[in-house]
Design a binder for this molecule. Structure first.
Ligand SMILES: Cc1cc2nc3c(=O)[nH]c(=O)nc-3n(C[C@H](O)[C@H](O)[C@H](O)COP(=O)(O)OP(=O)(O)OC[C@H]3O[C@@H](n4cnc5c(N)ncnc54)[C@H](O)[C@@H]3O)c2cc1C
Length: 400
């Protein structure tokens, strides 16, 4: 499964990078012991490609019955204003969904927490359903890095063998999950909108063919069964105060040499007020019906009065009325605010999939047959250019 060929020149570069102390030099040749988790760190640094992993063979030899438990990758996010980190809400959504899957399987729900330092997050993770937290702390985990984080996650998976592993379909999760999947030779279903258990297998449902059908995907011959889930698709269950999770510490030695990317600058995709669109409680969204950038500014005024964030349809983005970070929908961001106001948006299926989980949907459209009215709880048939200024004026008068 993992082999060192005669090409080995005895340089020893593979020894310090192994996070699990599984490589030693014997008579100037690399020898790999049973602590190896097939994470691939040694393969990456070998200058003569003497180390190879046959992942297909490793996968074929897996005893599927030894894989147990539902795992959730814990994503941490910066608290605005440089106030440290916190658990990203999508993690709690995954724990809520994962709890139901674990109960159905009669197995444990575990969270995987990779952090520079744990700040008591196991308490929150426990209250939201985790039975166990696999915790790995290291100074090199100060910020997300594909090589470092995937090495840690692969190592913990290979040690403890989960049956199901869920990741957020966030920027981080979309980067990490495919890397892990390819490294351990398993499948990955991206952007699931529903998860269930059928005959002991994870049913991973996601839109296919432009959102026109729902596809159910199963992974009967590989473990773990892995999926990413978009933020705001699953509802967060009420926490159970006082419920605790057991912390299992995972010692992982991380060598700086694994880090191939250096971050020079970070720009957060925040609204002017500092709120990300996927975390906003109020979204005032505009479509092609707004027609010009100048008219689109009416949405900025209205959203400022409501304490919200501006969203846009893809047509509005394509017209240059708003940038892509504000796009709601299948190829944009999935949102679930308390209030979603859709102005001059027709309600194409690709838009609806990104906002239908909003608590209250209000639509303004001059076409009474526009499909947006099928999902809107409240609708105004009329011209946005007349209605929006009136709405803004009346909110101003009310001193909002
Ligand atoms: C693979 C794929 C992915 C896609 N992803 C996305 C996505 O992520 N998000 C997304 O939004 N779309 C997406 N689309 C595009 C989607 O199919 C639609 O084309 C798009 O949502 C239409 O945007 P719209 O509603 O602003 O424009 P239109 O469909 O042109 O609708 C404009 C609406 O404005 C109304 N209107 C016009 N003037 C006024 C007025 N003065 N007052 C009031 N109402 C008025 C009209 O009656 C009409 O209903 C995707 C498409 C594909 C194929």
């Amino acid at each position: 499964m993992i082999e060192v060929s005669k090409k080995c020149i005895g340089c020893g570069k593979c020894v310090p990078v192994c996070p699990f102390a599984a490589v030693q030099m014997v008579d100037r040749l690399a020898v790999i012991n049973e602590a190896c988790t097939l994470c691939g760190a040694c393969v990456q640094v070998c200058p003569v490609k003497a180390i190879t992993i046959n992942r297909e063979e490793a996968s074929a030899r897996r005893d599927l019955s030894s894989y147990k438990g539902v795992w959730v990758y814990v994503e941490l996010m910066d608290v605005p204003g440089g106030h440290g980190k916190k658990v990203r809400p999508v993690t709690l959504e995954l724990l809520s969904a994962g709890r139901r899957l674990a109960d159905e399987l009669g197995q444990e729900l575990c969270a995987v927490l990779i952090a520079e330092k744990n700040h008591g997050w196991e308490k929150e993770l426990g209250e939201y359903g985790a039975d166990k937290v696999y915790l790995s702390e290291h100074p090199e985990f100060f910020e997300y890095n594909t090589d470092i984080f995937s090495t840690a996650v692969i190592g913990i998976i290979n040690r403890h063998k989960p049956s199901v592993m869920l990741y957020p379909a966030s920027i981080q999760g979309r980067d990490l999950a495919p890397r892990v999947a390819a490294s351990i030779y398993v499948g990955l279903t991206a952007d699931c909108t529903a998860l269930a258990i059928r005959d002991g297998l994870l049913v991973q449902s996601r839109p296919a063919f432009g959102g026109n059908i729902m596809a159910d995907i199963l992974s009967p011959t590989s473990r773990p069964q892995m999926a990413t889930v978009r933020p705001n698709v699953m509802k967060i269950d009420e926490p159970r105060p006082g419920r605790t999770a057991i912390v299992v510490r995972e010692e992982i030695k991380i060598d700086k040499g694994l880090r191939r990317v250096k971050v020079l600058e970070r720009k957060l995709a925040h609204d002017k007020a500092g709120t990300r669109i996927d975390e906003a409680r109020v979204i005032v969204s505009g479509g092609r019906g707004l027609k010009t950038k100048e008219k689109f500014r009416l949405l900025e005024d209205l959203s400022a009065l409501l304490g919200g964030v501006v969203g846009a349809s893809r047509a509005a983005v394509d017209m240059g009325l708003k940038d892509k970070t504000h796009q709601v929908g299948q190829s944009g961001t999935t949102v679930s605010p308390k209030l979603y106001l859709a102005c001059g948006i027709s309600g194409a299926v690709q838009h609806i999939v990104g906002m239908k989980a909003s608590d209250i949907i209000v639509a303004v459209n001059k076409d009474p047959n526009a499909p947006i009215f099928n999902v809107a709880g409240h609708g105004v048939v009329g011209d946005v250019h007349e209605i929006l200024p009136k709405l803004i004026d009346s909110l101003k008068k009310k001193g909002k």
